[in-house]
Ligand binder design. Sequence first.
Ligand SMILES: Nc1ncnc2c1ncn2[C@@H]1O[C@H](COP(=O)(O)OP(=O)(O)OP(=O)(O)O)[C@@H](O)[C@H]1O
Ligand SMILES: [Mg+2]
Length: 288
Amino acid sequence: MRDQAETLRLKMLKSQGELARSIAIVSGKGGVGKSNFSTNFAHALCLQGKKVIIVDMDIGMGNVHILLGMSSPYSLKDYLMGTREVSEVINDTPEGLAFISGGSGLDTVLEWSELMFERLLGAFEYLQKEYDFILFDMGAGATQRSIELIIAVDEVIVISTTEPTSITDAYSMMKFICLQDPNKKFHIVSNRVFKNEDGEDAVTRLQFAMQKFLQKETTVLGVLPEDPVVHKAVVGQRPFVLEYPNAPVSRRMLAIANSFADVKGEASQEKREGFLGKLRMMFTKGRG
Ligand SMILES: Nc1ncnc2c1ncn2[C@@H]1O[C@H](COP(=O)(O)OP(=O)(O)OP(=O)(O)O)[C@@H](O)[C@H]1O
Ligand SMILES: [Mg+2]
């Protein structure tokens, strides 16, 4: 495993606040807008001068590269399989957003091995030093592997729509994560909202349920409206914050990214300490 000097160096970097904030974008129910949120939120952070990378964890069914209008010769799978180095699977958009593609095509179903987790750990160590924000766009549903990763990151952004099924599933997902890691920092977003009050109501209910049943404080990041420019941006393969910066959904997204980047230091600095440590613990515990 890593030697002591490396551990010490990472500790020093952390104390200097130079390591990335790692964030998983999750939902209970699928198809609620995680990937569109990830790509646009990432660009909104880039517009503030942050160094951002999206890792598409939807391996084999990835669509981050498609939403960004980019092709990617290699994917995360190529890195995990050991055929490519991490630097070879990172791509940059012309606007300076970095991403690692999840790859598409059903042939890419991945059988996780111990060695792949080791490599994943190596990539995260590298990314943490290179970027300000690492965003993990998670696939639909909770597999054992995705839950392990979600537990390892510093913060979780939970996306829900205003539909009761989506709200219930978002709560179940947060509960599941929270029971395994009570210190996790949760941020809630309501997406595809037709009436602002409905979105406010959805996030308030989620926040209340977390408080009442799990004694867990969460932050509300905001409410994103249902907006036809999202579909247009998907078809045009260009992020809506760049293509339609004045659309209601873009204005909200830019405001959300602004407030998210602002809270930087305090809470996250301390929580951030967990990422590599937790990953390590997880990969050495009960495996092999
Ligand atoms: N605010 C919005 N307004 C209108 N349409 C939206 C909005 N957000 C997302 N959509 C639409 O919802 C659909 C699903 O979005 P997306 O692929 O981002 O969801 P997802 O949660 O990543 O799905 P999966 O769980 O399959 O990964 C897309 O067709 C997108 O155009
Ligand atoms: Mg997705």
